[in-house]
Design a protein. Structure first.
Length: 97
């Protein structure tokens, strides 16, 4: 089995300034202390969601693969009615002989 993408629906019902939408930032994940996993140092990313008062940042560890940002393939990044929706799939690398 393989991860094909992620869906994040984050609720911000009590933002003090709802005109400023929440944002997300991608960062490299810190390497684990296990010496056998040095080759997999860039395997994960940290995605941080920042909104504003009264909310704190939240972060998730995701797989480091290229995103398919085509809306026909499921990409969606919208902030409406106090809900931040981020849906994305990874690019598919088809085997060709």
């Amino acid at each position: 089995k393989m991860v094909q993408g992620y869906i994040f629906n984050i609720f911000y019902p009590q933002l003090l300034d709802p005109s400023i939408p929440p944002t997300f930032v991608l960062e490299q994940a810190p390497p684990d202390d296990a010496p056998s996993q040095n080759s997999a140092a860039n395997e994960f990313l940290i995605i941080r969601f920042r909104a504003g008062p009264p909310y704190e940042e939240i972060a998730f560890k995701i797989i480091n693969m290229e995103w398919d940002r085509n809306s026909k393939h499921g990409y969606n990044c919208v902030f409406e009615h106090g809900v931040l929706q981020l849906h994305f799939n990874f690019k598919r690398w088809r085997y060709r002989r």
